[in-house]
Design a binder for this molecule. Structure first.
Ligand SMILES: *Cc1c(COP(=O)(O)O)cnc(C)c1O
Length: 391
């Protein structure tokens, strides 16, 4: 026996009669049980506890419960990214031979999964316009099992006919999956409004600081929940405790951030509309938006934090705008505490042909702004400078 102290056997964690105010971060991947009987009790649901980090851990559960409360459900599952949430849902609920109908302006990677990846596993998809229930219905076949919808489309901010789609799902016995990332539960409580499965990219507005990648899935039916959970664990799509802890911290200020960002977005939509460089403003809160009335009824005056606009000029004007606003991050993301600017023609929609982009109205002068929480005077000054530079 060496005289050196034992460093391998863990030193007991100090106890404290006063409790920690912040949630502890628990990085342990493995959990030691007292004996095999205790492990049986855990696996058979007679005792609660953790076994292995990929199957669940306390930091994921704390975060899931917070988002559950926002959506008004329970048993939500945290996943390693928003795309993991989409993957676990689709692969958990679908089998070879199934067909799904998706919105035609979904998040780019979701579109790719449906049109390029799922077919390799024998699952086919048809895309349809979710503002048009008749078009959605026409896409349904006898093999259709599920509808995947985003309430507000990216980047043109069209608003889906959620009531019509919900009725369609009921009528045809389809699982209605809503990716509620853009709207958040505060603008559209998707679960309370009848979605069977709700997905979030927690990376965006919920975590809010562009420093974690996480997702979330809430399923109403216990068998569907179990299928999604098992797929998440088996495919290894599960989240790290550290990311969950960071997201929880971000979520504490979600409602203040969202309120402020929405008020800023309304003010910027007015500034864009009044500026001579701007040809069109796309913002559901404006009466000239094609889905303004539906958005009013669905979102209850919460118009969101996204505003898109089209410049009269082309790529040269777009370059001038990005260069003249160096303080506004030109980055293809959304939901950060700070305002970010994205240019779909060179980022999210670069894979489309120019004709494909034109069909969506995405020109070289098209920008999407994810409005953040800066003082509005600062944003107004920066955007005025940037827009002036394009003339
Ligand atoms: C970003 C996003 C996703 C994917 O989320 P990640 O966390 O980046 O994997 C899915 N859906 C929507 C609507 C998104 O905006």
């Amino acid at each position: 026996m060496s005289d050196r102290p034992n460093l391998v056997r863990r030193t007991p964690f100090p106890t404290s009669v006063s409790r920690a105010v912040a949630t502890p971060l628990q990085p342990s991947v493995v959990y030691a049980s007292p004996d095999p009987d205790a492990l049986d009790a855990q696996y058979e649901g007679r005792a609660s506890g953790y076994t292995y980090g990929r199957e669940g851990h306390p930091n994921a559960d704390v975060l899931a419960q917070m988002i559950d409360r926002m959506e008004g459900g329970e048993g939500g599952i945290v996943t390693g990214s928003g795309m993991s949430a989409v993957t676990a849902t689709l692969l958990g609920l679908l089998s070879n031979g199934d067909h799904i109908v998706g919105g035609n302006q979904l998040y780019g990677r979701s579109l790719r999964m449906m049109t390029q990846d799922l077919p390799r596993w024998g699952i086919t998809a048809t895309l349809a316009d979710p503002t048009d229930v008749a078009a959605m219905e026409a896409a349904i076949t006898p093999a259709t099992k599920l509808l995947l919808i985003e309430v507000v489309s990216n980047p043109t901010l069209r608003v889906a006919d959620m009531e019509g789609i919900e009725a369609l799902a009921r009528e045809h016995g389809l699982i209605l999956v809503v990716d509620n990332t853009f709207t958040t539960p505060y603008a559209f409580p998707a679960y309370a409004r009848g979605a069977d499965v709700v997905i979030h990219s927690v990376t965006k507005l919920l975590a809010g600081h562009s420093d974690v990648t996480l997702g979330y899935v809430l399923a109403r039916d216990p068998a569907q929940r179990k299928a999604i959970y098992d797929t998440n664990v088996t495919l290894g799509l599960t989240p790290s405790p550290w990311d969950c802890w960071m997201a929880e911290r971000g979520l504490y200020t979600f409602d203040m951030r969202f309120e402020r960002a929405q008020a800023n977005a309304a003010a910027l939509a007015r500034l864009f509309a009044d500026h001579p460089a701007v040809e069109t403003v796309l913002y559901p809160g404006r009466p000239d938006h094609p889905d303004h009335n539906r958005a009013g009824a669905l979102l209850g005056g919460q118009w969101g934090n996204m505003v898109s606009f089209r410049l009269g000029g082309g790529r040269a004007a777009a370059n001038a705008l990005a260069r003249a606003a160096p303080e506004i991050a030109f980055a293809p993301t959304l939901g950060d505490v700070g305002t970010t600017l994205s240019h779909p023609a060179s980022s999210s929609h670069r894979g489309l042909t120019p004709e494909g982009r034109a069909a969506l109205g995405i020109t070289e002068g098209f920008f999407r702004v994810s409005v953040g929480c800066e003082p509005i005077e600062l944003l107004q000054r920066d955007f005025k400078t940037a827009l002036d530079a394009t003339l």
